[in-house]
Each structure stands twice: as C-alpha cells, then as structure tokens.
Design a protein around this ligand. Structure first.
Ligand code: UD1
Length: 372
C-alpha cells in the first residue's frame, strides 16, 4: 500500500509522529507492506519550527520538501496545490493522509480530491464555529472532501453528524494525546531547558501566542502588556515567541520591551515545550494543541481566545477562555493557578477519557489500511 502523508506546519509534525511509528510496526499493519511518502509543504521552514520536530519525534525525513514557505493565504495554498498535484500525479498513492487544519491540510485535501485519490483526514470534525479563523475554513473544506474522517473526540463526531458527514466518520481518539503519553518521560529525562532558564518547577508560567486574531490586530499590544504586568505582579513568565508574533510586534509595537520577569525566547522544540509545560504553574496560550497538552500534564491553562475546538478541556476544569481582554487575563491567571483542580487530568489516560486511550494512531492505521 502506498500512502502520501502531507504535513507542513509545527502541529502537524506532532500529529504525524505516532501515526508514522504505527505504520512502521508490522504487527499493527497485519504485515501489509506500507510505503509512506512524507510530503512536507515547507509552510514552516525555520530549524526550530520544523527540523527539530522531525529529529526529536524520530519522524522519518520528508521524502520531498516543496519549500513553499510563507505568503498570503491564497498564494501559499495555491502554490502548495500546484506542487502537491505534481507529486500525487507522479507517485500515484492509494491514499492521501492530511492532518489538522492548516493551509497545508487544505491544499493537500483539494489536490487529492480533484485527482480522485481517497483522503483520510486525521483530526476531523473540530469546529470553533468562528469563520474568522482561517483554520475553520480549512477544516470545513478538508472534511467535506475527505473519504475517511478520523475524529479525535465525541464532540468532533457530533459536529460531523450535524453536517451529514457521519457515514464515513470514525472516533479514534487524539493523536496529540498519544504523543504526550509517549514523550513526557523522555522530555523529563532529556530536556535541560528549566536549568538553562533557571526556572523552578511550579514557580513560573509559560506563554505562547500566534493566532492571526491576536497577532494581526489591536489585541497584540494589550496582550503583551498584560504579560508584562503579570510577570511583575504575579508570576514570572517564559514566552517562546512564534516568528509571526515577533514580526507583528516589530511592525505594530516597536517600542515594546519585555519587563523583568518576562523571558522571551525563540520557539522551542517538542520535548522542551513538554518539559516547560509540565513544570509550569500555569499556561497562557491561543494554541489549540497547547490547551490539551497542558491538561494532559496537569497544568491549568488560560486560553487567549473566545472559543475552543476542545471544549473537553474547559469541562475538565483545566482551561478557561478569556479572549484578548487584559482584565480577564489578569483575573484568570491567579484564580486558575490557585484554585484549578487539574487532578481530573490524570483520568485522561483511562478508557473513558474524552481524548481516547493513548492508542489513537493504531486505530487510525487500521482505518487507513481498510481504504484500499
Ligand atoms: C500556522 C497555521 C496554524 C497553526 C500554526 C502553528 C495556517 C492558516 N495556520 O500558522 O493553524 O496553528 O501554523 O504554528 O495554516 N514564519 C517564520 N518561520 C517559519 C514559519 C513561519 O518566520 O518557519 C513566520 C513568517 O513571517 C510567516 C508567519 O510566521 O509569514 C506565519 O506563518 P504561517 O505558516 O503562514 O502561519 P502560522 O502563524 O505559523
């Protein structure tokens, strides 16, 4: 069986890792030889945004890197589609696998659909119900054109049912939960980031920020000022800054400087991020993945958005949505640090967990094998 797996952005490297490992295990593929051709669109290209994830998560090197890089949405997606179509025509896979909701997902799904190659969508069915988010458009289109919808949660299954897509949807659990289970111990053993930054476990916060709605708007100055205030009054913060955010700050708030207690660093790899998260007293983020990863390691999260595709994190008591409002951020951080009971997070490894049993990748591989 020949697969083409399409990835391009940081969260997709995390998602492909458990699936790629499962595909390489003959016990899980019933001895069916699987050729997995990894096509990297090049959407993320900095070493710290791409290569470090392949190294740390031991993902086979991409078979091909299309090197599309950054650009406006239409241009970036269009260039990806042209290059992916060429790859698919020459490689003629039985199935194309796309992950998540980035422009790489959209381009891969449309290119494959037009060539009538069956598509499996990993992380299908997520909805924020906010079409201002480019990711929401990507998810909706990818789900519409995919042949097998691999849903991480029961909520995602309900969303697919409501859109009439349930006949080819399957609940698998969340591959990002698989990834945390597989790598958390390793992160504790191999990451030295807490020592390097002289951080004491339980006595700092970790923050990330990269959503277009927060970086490309009036919200950005208010959020980074709130980070400064929190760092001075409440808890020291480590802030691995996404290059989009660095560029947006230079453009819109060139005078901004991090206050004492706010440590801005370059983006970190997966293992360092897990170590930072596990040691933090609280996370502040607008990332979908980080909201869950925080919960998985028992750290409360304050989410800098008004809605989430992962309502299970809020229901579990480990996450609160505050948008970009500095007053709500300032109020929520001490409250969540002091009162949040994330002990329910430890129940997440059990069979009744909303994110599956940590074997989502195995179920996904079984579904993919049935597609040809
Ligand atoms: C993309 C995804 C988003 C995902 C995020 C994870 C889309 C629409 N968005 O957002 O869903 O959560 O990745 O990080 O696909 N840049 C670099 N180096 C890089 C990559 C990006 O400097 O290696 C800078 C460039 O200035 C670029 C900007 O970051 O213009 C934005 O990159 P882009 O890939 O367009 O979107 P992300 O914000 O990373």
């Amino acid at each position: 069986m020949r697969l083409v797996s399409i990835v391009g952005a940081r969260p997709q490297f995390v998602k492909i890792a458990p699936v790629s490992r499962a595909l390489g295990n003959p016990e899980l593929t019933d001895g069916v030889p699987v050729e997995d051709i990894i096509v990297h669109t090049g959407q993320h290209y900095d070493h710290g945004m791409s290569e470090v994830f392949f190294d740390e998560l031991r993902i086979p090197n991409p078979t091909v890197n299309l090197e599309i890089g950054s650009g406006p949405h239409g241009q970036q997606t269009g260039e990806m589609m042209i290059a992916i179509e060429r790859e698919l025509e020459s490689r003629r896979p039985d199935v194309v696998v796309v992950y998540g909701d980035t422009n790489s997902t959209l381009a891969g799904a449309i290119a494959a659909a037009k060539l009538r190659i069956p598509i499996a969508h990993v992380e299908a069915g997520l909805r924020s119900f906010n079409r201002e988010m480019p990711e929401e458009i990507n998810r909706i289109v990818a789900d519409q054109v995919s042949d097998r919808l691999l849903a991480p949660t029961e909520t995602a299954m309900v969303n697919l049912r409501e859109e009439g897509l349930d006949s080819h949807a399957v609940l698998t659990g969340d591959v990002m939960f698989d990834a945390v289970r597989f790598n958390l111990e390793l992160a504790g053993e191999s990451s030295t980031i807490l020592d390097e930054l002289q951080l004491e476990p339980g006595r700092y916060a970790v923050a990330t920020l990269h959503r277009a709605s927060n970086t490309d708007s009036q919200s950005l100055p208010a959020i980074v000022d709130a980070f400064n205030e929190l760092a001075q009054t409440t808890v020291p913060i480590v802030f691995p800054m996404h290059p989009r955010t660095t560029a947006a700050l230079q453009r819109t708030y060139p005078d901004w400087q991090a206050a004492d207690g706010l440590t801005v660093i370059k983006p970190v790899g997966y293992l360092d991020m897990l170590a930072l998260l596990a040691g933090a007293s609280i996370a502040l983020s607008d990332s979908g993945g980080l909201q869950k990863e925080a919960l998985f390691v028992g750290t409360p999260c304050v989410t800098l958005r008004e809605e989430t595709e992962w309502p299970e994190t809020v229901d579990a008591g480990g996450n609160v949505l505050v948008g970009a409002d500095p007053d709500r951020i300032m109020e929520a951080v001490p409250r969540m640090m002091n009162a949040a009971d994330t002990s329910s997070a430890s129940a997440l490894g059990t069979a009744s967990s909303p994110f599956g049993d940590g074997r989502a990748a195995e179920y996904i591989v079984k579904e993919i094998l049935q597609m040809c």
